[in-house]
Design a protein around this ligand. Structure first.
Ligand code: NDP
Length: 303
């Protein structure tokens, strides 16, 4: 059997694509992964997904899945282990099982990188966050620290000044990797200060974050920086290891797309955080999923 469309991934991008594809009678097959639902499964309150004033991340994903299933989407709970996009129909393996398809949407997402600090995961959701856009709102009138020196760190530091009284960027080098314009915006913001050449070695606090312990990389001297929030902005890792020899990816591993959702292989589309280091929002990912499905539908119609 050759499927019309296989969707790899079951976060907002994959599930939005599935609902649209099922309603377009494309009988989509979603390969959901062994940890289905994506990054929102690790999130508590979501207050910015259109249509929901307040919903828990896992509940939102359950609703999206229910909607996709309602219109006839089939699911396989498993990880894709290998793909062959070199000839059509394409082949997608889940363990030993082979699946053939005329088109594919890759929506495998990305994961935030963490520092691996002793108390980082324990205080996640209690002041430690990897998404300022999602959680900045909870830091009104508070002092926060952000770690990283790329565009994300600059953008999020500036965003956090809308809420926080003070934002301290802690960076392990003496220069930022971010684009010049983003750096200039950061230096010009009176609420932002920078601590250079320093690494965070732990996050402090029992019930909630009370500060971070930092170490000067040149002298080894340790000190504490009081704050109520620690935001990580040290990059994201897209789940593209199995596609790297089949699809073009950039230097960070994100899938390269042209003309909105087309990958380097005709008939293979990408949607969501797997190609998007810039917006990284569930609503945006869902939108990309819908775009990819519409592009896949057009591609199939033209065959
Ligand atoms: P980057 O990989 O560009 O930057 C990561 C930063 O985190 C670097 O400064 C790096 O430091 C630091 N870092 C990494 N690991 C650690 C660690 N273990 N401890 C301390 N610091 C660490 O990631 P971004 O998320 O900033 O950006 C990803 C891509 O997305 C980039 O191409 C960026 O340009 C793009 N982007 C574009 C935006 C826009 O156009 N508006 C907005 C956001 C991102 P070091 O330099 O020492 O390695």
């Amino acid at each position: 059997m050759v499927h019309k469309l296989i969707i790899i991934g079951s976060g907002p991008a994959g599930l939005a694509a599935a609902t649209y594809a099922a309603r377009a009678e494309m009988q989509p097959l979603v390969i959901a992964g062994t940890k289905p639902g994506g990054q929102l499964m690790d999130t508590t309150e979501v207050g910015n997904f259109p249509g929901f004033v307040n919903i828990q991340g896992p509940e939102l994903m359950a609703k999206m899945r229910e909607q996709a299933e309602h219109f006839g989407t089939k699911f396989i709970e498993g990880d894709v282990t290998k793909v062959d996009f070199s000839k059509r129909p394409f082949t997608v393996w889940v363990g030993d099982a082979e699946h053939h398809t005329d088109s594919v949407i890759v929506a495998t997402g990305a994961q935030a990188k963490w520092l691996g600090l002793p108390n980082e995961q324990r205080l996640r959701g209690a002041g430690v966050s990897a998404c300022a856009t999602c959680d900045g709102f909870f830091f009104k009138g508070k002092e926060v620290v952000i770690v990283g020196g790329g565009d994300t760190a600059m953008e999020e530091a500036n965003f956090l000044t809308k809420f926080a009284t003070k934002v301290t960027v802690i960076h392990r080098k003496d220069t930022f990797a971010a684009s010049k314009i983003m750096q200039e915006r950061t230096f010009a913001n009176p609420k932002i200060s920078v601590i250079w050449n320093s690494q965070i070695v732990d996050v402090l606090g029992e019930q909630a974050v009370t500060g971070v312990k930092i170490k000067d990389v040149n002298t080894g001297a340790e000190s504490e920086c009081p704050c109520q929030g620690l935001f990580l902005a040290i990059g994201h890792k897209p789940a593209t290891d199995i596609f790297k020899d089949q699809l073009s990816v950039d230097s960070h591993g994100f899938i390269v797309v042209t003309n909105f959702t087309n990958t380097s292989v005709l008939g293979v589309f990408a949607a969501g955080d797997v190609h998007d280091p810039r917006y990284r929002q569930a609503g945006v990912a869902a939108g990309f999923g819908i775009m990819a499905m519409l592009d896949a539908e057009k591609f199939l119609a033209a065959q």
